[in-house]
Design a protein around this ligand. Sequence first.
Ligand SMILES: [Zn+2]
Length: 309
Amino acid sequence: MKKIVALDIGGTSIKYGIVSEVGEILFQSEKPTNALRGGAFLMKTVEEIVETLLAQENNFVGIGVSTAGQIAPETGEVVFANENLPGWTGMKIRENLENMFHLPTFVENDVNAAALGELWVGAGKGKKDFLCITVGTGVGGAIVMNGQIYHGATGSAGEFGHLLLKKGGYLCNCGQRGCFEQYASTGALIRHVQSLYVERGENVTEPINGKWIFEQAAIGNAVCQEGIEYFIDHLAVGLATLVHIFNPSLIVIGGGVSGQGHPLLQQINKKVESYIMPSYREPLMIDFAKCGNGAGMLGAAYGLLNQIG
Ligand SMILES: [Zn+2]
């Protein structure tokens, strides 16, 4: 059976492992990114991981890399990475790995790779066209068209998190104001719940995070319930915009909130329906991602298999 070395490089950790040609993760581990040590150090870490994996087994047909940052699809080079991965911009990941290991290498942005993972063995299996949105600290997106990622002019299509939702709204880390992710991420949910507590003059001793808010809401905490309503409402407004542009039959929601299960999914569905024209409702399904945190590795492996044909 063919095997692929797969890596998923994030701001805090690098997940890595071995993926089979039918989309099983045969081995998985992770190590810290140590992003602050810079791009060259990170590239060296990646090379060491690949070297170790290649020494373990045979039958490798290539290397698949999912990474944070905007990636040029043809060259596998980092077009832009933000301050979470200093010195990563400009890194020729594909060229470096192909020169060193003489194996075909595929490199893709992490959200796009996660979408490919869902397309291969997850919520998008059997679909040719769908949208993926990851809702975590920020909001990411990917557009799958005809079984492939739609990249746009510079490889950056699908940045749903920076849809303009509110003119003059909260300042976003992209430099603009009022971006979608400032209202519909877990980061935004936490900020909103904190502000509700401040308004009420109440003190919370526990650290407020997304998991805590959902747990509290489930046991009747009115402040957390109000926060979640705000979050769902803004998420639905952004999704409604996407629905009117793409008329999709499927939107896959990944990231931290996808662990929340059916009740949240139903509320999102209902709210989105209320914001879209009837003709868009019937074909539309909104579902949670199914590949968990292995999605990036799976998608990187799938991309590699497609690349080598
Ligand atoms: Zn923004």
